[in-house]
Each structure stands twice: as structure tokens, then as C-alpha cells.
Design a protein around this ligand. Structure first.
Ligand code: BG6
Length: 465
């Protein structure tokens, strides 16, 4: 069976500045929350590998872009590291960073690879965090100025921009579950952070549209985790799954595409007395500045059941006040990352966007599989034989293809990631790349079997069974 993809389909991979560049705090880069957290608590990071060097893309970008070309990429997404471009987050621009990003962009275009540039990938400049991070309106305004600066500097060549990558993750990590700095657990503050981030995105969209960039498009990247109830016939399970969907998906999906928050979400926020500070005109800014396209990161579904224990009034309010997570007995797991693998969800996402989100143009901006100790799969020729990754990609692409056939407006598929890169506190524990990175041998890259497989798919624009 052959699965042909639409003409001009984007094939490639995604990464982010902080996870791939390295050269942290060199050439004028300011510190961000990751540099700071590592400095004060290195033990939190797997094998104590911090953000200093990551995969050394800062120095190896030329060769790396050749490697992208070698495996058939026609597009690549990364992010500008805010604290590299503007070390204090606001004000002075670092000219060495401007040179670096100009070089990457030019090199990609020269090699026929369309750059998609994201503005924020979990990397709050430390100076901005000291002002309150996303809790602060000052930071929202500084981010809008940073966004405008990026567009002015690079949008003569970069036509695809995104305002944020997975904006719900810094809310979860930084303000609910403590896997990002500043390690807070407070639902009210989390709601403020989510709201301000959404507002910042709309403000960046406004700045972009003001500039009337020829052929320019601006989007947002959301990690969509479809919420499946334990029992579709049990209204309590269905209600619980709906609340999880409101919190984790629709809190950004609806305002980004439809320009407003879902009524049901507003009601929950009001009923629980966690309304964020909203300024006059904010909601109009959100309404008038929806995105041109959507990037979807898909890794895992969310399985939900109604709460088993009734809510105790002394319990601090959390998303889990409203539902319990549920382990589906038939689930297939990526045991290294602890994430369920459920390929069909990518199709469900495609149908949801088509039916409920104006069939907006969208692409898979991340999908992939992190595996620990991949060196055990190296064969006699030094190549990682990652058949598990090929199977993972194949099955997801097959379901995506079905969604496209049924009319969903998907224009590309990017894997996470191009070369193994730094996964935040997991550092280099789980490897995700089409190329292996040897940390003990000067960041040497070598293509994995999946890279060669992907090359065929990308070059033929077709998946073959
Ligand atoms: C996405 C992020 O959540 O998933 C990436 O956009 C991240 O930054 C990727 O690296 C894989 O997750 P993790 O936590 O294993 O690195």
C-alpha cells in the first residue's frame, strides 16, 4: 500500500535553541532560567549534564544543515533563544546573536530548507524571571517587543513564525508540578501565567500582522493531548475528561484559533475563585489576533476517569481536583519516557481541527520517541538500528494520512528531533534524533537507520507499506 502526501508537504524535524545550540552564556548570551536552575541545583539534571553545550549546533550548524539535506528535509524548526538575542530580555540586542541567527537562516535557505522559527521554547531570560516571568505584565510587554525585533531582523527571509512552543508546559512545569523553574505549585498563579502567555501570543501576532510581511504566516505550537474517558457511557467519566481537555488543550487552542476562551472553562475559573488579572482591551486583543496556522506536538493521549475520592476541602486546588488519571489496561508504553503510545490520536486531532477549528492549516510540529541507552542497538557498522522508531513513525504517519484524506488541512510532519538533543532535566537520558550524538567524542554525529528511512519517505513524499 502506498500513502501519498499532499504536494509541497513539509518534511523535517524540530528542535529548539536552548536544547541544541549550546554556547550557553558565551558570545554575549544572557542567562535564562535553565542556566540558573542548573547553577543552583545540578543534581536535578540527569547525569548532571546541564545546558552549557547541549548538542553544539552553535558551532556545527553548517555541517548539520548538510546532514538535514542528506536525509531529505525541506524544512526545519528551531527557536531563537530570547536571552541570546536580548541578554536581559528587554533592551540591548546582542549583535553576535544576530549574526548567528542570520547565518543559520541563510544556510538553511541556501540548502532548500524552509526555516520555521519559534520565539519561545520554555527559556525565560533570568532577568525577566526576576521581574515575575509570565506572571508579570511587564514581561508580556517585553516579549512583544522581542517578537517585533525578531520579525524586523529576520522576516525578510523567515516566512513561518510561531509565538510559543507548548505554552501549557511552563504552566504545568513551573506553577503546578515542579519540573520547570521557578518550581511553584499554585493553581491561581498557574492560571495567571497561562492567561498572560496567551495574551503575549496575541500581542506577537498583532506585531507580526502590522508588519505585513510578504507571504508571512504566524502560528502557535500546542501539545495536544486528546482526553479519552475511561468509559464513554459513563457521564461522570465523560465530564471529567472534558474538564481535562478544557485545562490542557482548549485553554490555548480556543483563544489562539477562535479568539475566545470556552464558556465552560471560564465558569470553572469563576466558580473556583481563580480569575486572573485581566486588563481592559485584553480580550479584544485576543479576539482580533488569532493565528494563521497551528503547529501540533503530539506524543501521548490523556486517559481520564471521574475522581474516586470526593474532594476534601483542605486539599489545595489542582487540575486533579476535577478528575483522576486512568491507566488503560490495553495501553502500549514507551517505558523510557513513561508515555503511552497511541497512534490513532493523531487522526482524532486531525478530525477535531477540521470539524471544530475552522479546518485551519496545521502541521505536526513534533512527534517522536525518546529511548534510553540507544547505544545497545548499534550494529557492526556503527549505526543505531532503531526499528522501533521507524515503526512508531510509520504508524503515526499512516493515521495522519487518513486524517488528510478525510479533508484535514495538514501541510507537514516534523519529527522530534534532528540530532539527539538536551531534554531539560532529562538531559541526554532519552535519545530522540535521526542522528546519534556521541557526547564522549566531540559531539560526533552518525545517522541512525530511521534517518535513512525518513529520507525515502520525504524524497518520495510517500509512505510505503
Ligand atoms: C516537547 C518539547 O514537549 O517534547 C521538547 O517541545 C521536548 O522541548 C520534547 O524535548 C520531548 O520531551 P522530553 O521531555 O522527553 O524532552
Amino acid at each position: 500500500m502506498n500513502y501519498k502526501f499532499p504536494k509541497n508537504f513539509l518534511w523535517g524535524a524540530a528542535s529548539s535553541g536552548p536544547q541544541s545550540e549550546g554556547a550557553s552564556n558565551k558570545d554575549g548570551k544572557g542567562k535564562n532560567i535553565w542556566d540558573h536552575w542548573y547553577e543552583i541545583d545540578p543534581e536535578k539534571f540527569f547525569n548532571q549534564v546541564g545546558p552549557q553545550d547541549t548538542s553544539n549546533f552553535y558551532n556545527l550548524y553548517k555541517e548539520d544543515i548538510q546532514r538535514m539535506k542528506e536525509i531529505g528535509f525541506n524544512s526545519y524548526r528551531t527557536s531563537i533563544t530570547w536571552s541570546r538575542l536580548i541578554p536581559d530580555g528587554d533592551g540591548e540586542v546582542n549583535e553576535k546573536a544576530v549574526d548567528f541567527y542570520n547565518n543559520i537562516i541563510d544556510e538553511l535557505i541556501k540548502n532548500g530548507i524552509k526555516p520555521i522559527i519559534n520565539l519561545y521554547h520554555f527559556d525565560m531570560p533570568l532577568a525577566m524571571q526576576e521581574k515575575g516571568g509570565w506572571e508579570s505584565r511587564e514581561v508580556v510587554e517585553a516579549y512583544a517587543r522581542y517578537a517585533r525585533k525578531c520579525f524586523e531582523l529576520f522576516s525578510d527571509r523567515v516566512k513561518y513564525w510561531t509565538t510559543h512552543n507548548e505554552p501549557i508546559v511552563p504552566v504545568e512545569g513551573g506553577y503546578l508540578y515542579q519540573f520547570h523553574y521557578p518550581l511553584v505549585t499554585d493553581m491561581k498563579r498557574a492560571v495567571q501565567v497561562a492567561y498572560n502567555t496567551m495574551l503575549s501570543s496575541a500581542k506577537a501576532v498583532a506585531e507580526f500582522h502590522k508588519l505585513n510581511v510578504e507571504d508571512g504566516k504566524i502560528g502557535i505550537i500546542l501539545n495536544l493531548t486528546p482526553s479519552y474517558p475511561r468509559d464513554i457511557n459513563n457521564p461522570e467519566d465523560v465530564k471529567a475528561a472534558n474538564i481535562a481537555d478544557l485545562f490542557f488543550n482548549r485553554s490555548f487552542l480556543d483563544p489562539s484559533i477562535l479568539g475566545e476562551y470556552p464558556e465552560e472553562l471560564i465558569q470553572i475559573i469563576k466558580d473556583n475563585d481563580i480569575i486572573p488579572e485581566i486588563h481592559e482591551n485584553d480580550l479584544e486583543v485576543i479576539k482580533n489576533n488569532t493565528v494563521d496556522y497551528l503547529g501540533v506536538n503530539y506524543y501521548q493521549p490523556r486517559r481520564i476517569k471521574a475522581r474516586e475520592k470526593s474532594v476534601d476541602s483542605s486539599e489545595a486546588l489542582m487540575p486533579e481536583t476535577f478528575f483522576d488519571n486512568y491507566e488503560w489496561p490495553e495501553r502500549k508504553m514507551n517505558i523510557y519516557r513513561g508515555w503511552e503510545i497511541y497512534e490513532k490520536a493523531i487522526y482524532d486531532i486531525a478530525v477535531n481541527i477540521k470539524n471544530n477549528y475552522k479546518n485551519i492549516p496545521w502541521y505536526i510540529s513534533e512527534n517522536g520517541m525518546g529511548v534510553q541507552d540507544e547505544d545497545r542497538f548499534i550494529d557492526g557498522n556503527g549505526m543505531v538500528q532503531d526499528d522501533y522508531r521507524i515503526e512508531f513513525l510509520f504508524e503515526h504517519l499512516r493515521w495522519l494520512h487518513k486524517g488528510i484524506e478525510e479533508g484535514s488541512n495538514c501541510f507537514g510532519y516534523h519529527m522530534w528531533t534532528f540530532v539527539d538533543n538536551w531534554s531539560w532535566t532529562n538531559a541526554y537520558k532519552n535519545r530522540y534524533g535521526f542522528y546519534r550524538v556521541d557526547l564522549d567524542n566531540n559531539f560526533k554525529r552518525s545517522v541512525k537507520k530511521s534517518g535513512l528511512w525518513y529520507k525515502k519517505v520525504a524524497e518520495n513524499n510517500e509512505l510505503v507499506d
